[in-house]
Design a protein around this ligand. Sequence first.
Ligand code: PMP
Length: 454
Amino acid sequence: ALIPNSDEARDIAYHFHAYTDARDHEASAPLIIDRAEGAYVYDSNGKRYLEGMAGLWSVAVGFGEKRLVDAAARQMQRLSFGHNFTSRTHMPAIDLAEKLVKIAPVPMSKVFFTNSGSEANDTVIKMIWYRSNALGQPQRKKIIARERAYHGVTLASGSLTAFSHNHASFDMPIANVLRTGSPHFWRDAEAGETEEDFATRRANELEQLILSEGPDSIAAFFGEPVLGAGGVVTPPRTYWEKIQAVLGKYDVLLVADEVVCGFGRTGKMFGSETYDIKPDIMVLSKALSSSYLPISAILVNDKVYQTIADESHRIGTFGHGFTGGAHPVAAAVALENIAVIEDRDLVGNAARVGQYLRDRLHRFSDHPLVGEVRGVGLVAAVELHRKNFPSAAAFKDGQLGSQANAYLAEEGVLLRAAVDALTICPPLTITTEDADLLVEKIGLVLDRMASELS
Ligand code: PMP
């Protein structure tokens, strides 16, 4: 029960939350996080938690990193705000754009700044339609996204997101969005199918979709190298190669949504490097600034940029932009964040500690409550499975995962659940001791739940 005048009651008085049943929320106490340091956050009672999700897949360099705090303060004092509308800009935007083009895993030519992953993906859709117009193919508007995808929540980016609760009541998806299957082998493979067969089937399904819609109506394919919010879905080894072969055959643009994978998460700087993806457009956010401040960036290759430039010249403008886009303080923080990632070899740390963590998580593969353990770099999932527990039928989809998360929070570990997959995405700075703590607590909670369900 809520205590009157407690922080919890104050929370409910004036603000309501993203992705929450508001009626449930009115009756339950939220977890109020008060401060954070490194990989740990502290609630308003001083209880410590390992932030096993880096916030929301975000905080690469850890919390409270002094270099980022100082970079923000310096930039606040020098130029607290500047925009990049019409012919104005500022040095942090120029420097950050140059840095992003230099570290991109494939040749990219220009950068456009936005404030969130959703805004960035929305903007990409407009860019793609500009391109089709410039090519004299205005009918080429259809965009393919996958089951289990998460690309944001705005009307356009949210239409690419696959979860039905994003669509019901919102008159979504918008027109011209097509859906194809996800690379979730464990859930979606047919009996007897190998990973290779499954990847081939997904590529064939994509080709059939393109052919049935008419190749000259298909503009682009959006994909996260590893699907994050959809449950840390790591693709079969040959999946991206086969998908890219189909896209290449029909001249369909490839957009890599690196909002979760970018900046070291997969054990390389970008998920596109891990899976040898050659995108035309890359979308970056979250770990771009370790989410100290909101910022997102779109990288486009020269082929795409030239057509956007042609079309904007024909119309007289690229009629799109946000007041806070390329915010100088956020851009300065992002630059320093990338420097910290490089100076401390946090990409290497993600690969090393990630391997250590996954080796230990794999011990749970035989646990009666676990269907699959999967991951790459420092992102992983423990997929819960109910087949050994008839009493689990009473739980709705996702309730097992949220129950496990509630127990983990009691134990001082914060994770999230994608349906019933526990998702794990800690700051890239974690040590093997932090990884041991995570594994120990996940083990405790799996056993507790298994014994309660038995
Ligand atoms: N793309 C991906 C892959 C994401 O995971 C998210 C957010 N979880 C977004 C886009 C949307 O980002 P935002 O919440 O900043 O709008």
